[in-house]
Write a protein that binds this ligand. Structure first.
Ligand SMILES: Cc1cc2nc3c(=O)[nH]c(=O)nc-3n(C[C@H](O)[C@H](O)[C@H](O)COP(=O)(O)OP(=O)(O)OC[C@H]3O[C@@H](n4cnc5c(N)ncnc54)[C@H](O)[C@@H]3O)c2cc1C
Length: 415
């Protein structure tokens, strides 16, 4: 985030997050990338000990009770050490715990949120299924009522942290006959009888974060574990789109930032044809573009955080801004990571520099928490709605009628 926009308190918070990121052992990052570590429990424990989990969540449950702007400041710094660690940092505390705080009963808040924010337990989010992740309403996982309980059966895949999770936020169909937005329920499922996880994916990047298959076979959960009530899953899903996507945008900035720093240092020292390569515009301009993209990504995230924090911006507009941030930042990050590798040349493609890991890690950002095509879909829907409902009704100059031949109505053919 921009230091000149931070209060002194926010700078202190940023520095706390930076100190935590400096604490992360290099060996842990290497072991996760080599998949010698499949779930870095000690990382989450340390984050909890430092009270760096649940930045926006209420203090009474162990959070910091701060804003989205504060959260993004921390998320950027968390992203710096490793994208995989940042994913874990975000999924449990920022996503699942927010769902429990907003939609869960007191018992769940005490059982899930309080220990998780201390770093003692972990919770994963299970939305994507083998048959597809983009089509949320097409879920095949079902829950059937049995007395006061629900019995859940189904499978979820690519679940970050599945390997180490004690709790799973799982969406299941509870009323197949109902319209799409009223048929799903979000259940909190403890790791109990019938819950199995499999660490089976050979991931390109973001390794060691426990991403696995979640298999639920006749898993019994009490009805009070349904967040937002039975058939209230869509409301939970809608709300979770904010931490999933805005959180991803913020941490992605941090994960790609070191690439720009490495490329800047390298190109100022490396010589070719007798000059530091920074002097060749083909090189220096690429680094300049990276700096510009990084700052524009920050601007977008910061503005969106302010919109969410205000609580006054229309939910449709928030949805559009959050989706724009996710799409723009992750695509900017991909361009940055590749440009940085390009200017470092052959050695950038080796593990002498971490650029190759950053490129592999960052690639996920355009796919997960809703692919960028789905972001585009939301942006398109919300933009047209917003334009015709509000923007088109504002009392502003009608520039369309400024054209010389604007009066030629018979030339304005639409069908
Ligand atoms: C490492 C990793 C970690 C993940 N972590 C989690 C997690 O913790 N929890 C979780 O629930 N999920 C997780 N995911 C899943 C991720 O969110 C999904 O992979 C993603 O949403 C896309 O779903 P899909 O893979 O089923 O692709 P599909 O939904 O099959 O889509 C395939 C392609 O079609 C495009 N497409 C689909 N529908 C449309 C449409 N209507 N318009 C335009 N294009 C469309 C998509 O954009 C994509 O390019 C993770 C994935 C990975 C790889």
């Amino acid at each position: 985030m921009f230091d000149f926009m931070m209060t002194d308190e926010q700078k202190r918070l940023r520095d706390e997050a930076r100190a935590f990121t400096k604490w992360v052992p290099k060996q842990l990052i290497l072991d996760m990338d080599a998949e010698k570590v499949q779930f870095p429990r000690e990382y989450l424990q340390e984050a909890g000990t430092r009270n760096l989990l649940g930045i926006r969540l209420p203090r009474e449950y162990g959070g910091r009770g701060l804003t989205w702007v504060d959260d993004a400041i921390v998320a950027e710094e968390i992203g710096v050490a490793s994208y995989s660690l940042a994913c874990l940092w975000g999924v449990g505390a920022d996503i699942v715990c927010e769902a429990v705080i907003e939609f869960g009963c007191e018992e769940l808040k005490q059982q899930v949120v309080v220990p998780l924010l201390k770093g003692e337990t972990f919770a994963a989010e299970g939305l994507t299924e083998p048959r597809g992740g983009s089509d949320f309403f097409g879920a095949a996982t079902v829950a059937k009522k049995d007395g006061d309980d629900w019995i859940i059966t189904g499978q979820k895949r690519f679940i970050v942290g599945a390997e180490g999770a004690d709790w799973f936020l799982v969406y299941a169909v509870t009323d197949p006959a109902a319209p799409a937005h009223k048929r799903m329920t979000a259940f909190m499922v403890p790791r109990t009888s019938g819950v199995e996880t499999r660490y089976i994916y050979g991931l390109m990047g973001v390794r060691g974060g426990g991403a696995g298959r979640l298999i639920l076979k006749d898993v019994r959960v009490p009805e009070r574990y349904a967040l937002g009530g039975i058939n209230g899953g869509f409301e939970v899903f809608k709300r979770m789109m904010i931490p999933e996507r805005l959180g991803t945008a913020a941490m992605t900035i941090g994960s790609v930032r070191p690439a720009v720093e490495i490329a800047t240092r390298y190109t100022s020292k490396r010589k070719a044809f007798g000059f530091p390569i920074q002097m060749f515009q083909a090189v220096g301009f690429k680094v300049a573009d990276c700096a510009m993209l990084l700052d524009s990504a920050r601007s977008m995230v910061y503005t969106t955080c302010r919109a969410v924090d205000s609580g006054t911006v229309h939910p449709g507009r928030v949805r559009r801004m959050v989706s724009q941030s996710k799409k723009y930042v992750t695509e900017a990050a991909w361009e940055i990571a590749n440009k940085c590798m390009q200017v470092v040349g052959g050695i950038g493609y080796t593990n002498v520099y971490p650029l190759e890991r950053i490129v592999r890690d960052i690639r996920l950002s355009m796919i997960w928490v809703g692919s960028n095509e789905i972001m585009q879909l939301i942006i398109q829907n919300e933009w047209y709605k917003e334009y015709f409902k509000t923007l088109s009704k504002e009392d502003i100059r009608d520039v369309e009628s400024d054209a010389l031949n604007a009066h030629e109505d018979e030339e304005k053919v639409y069908e």
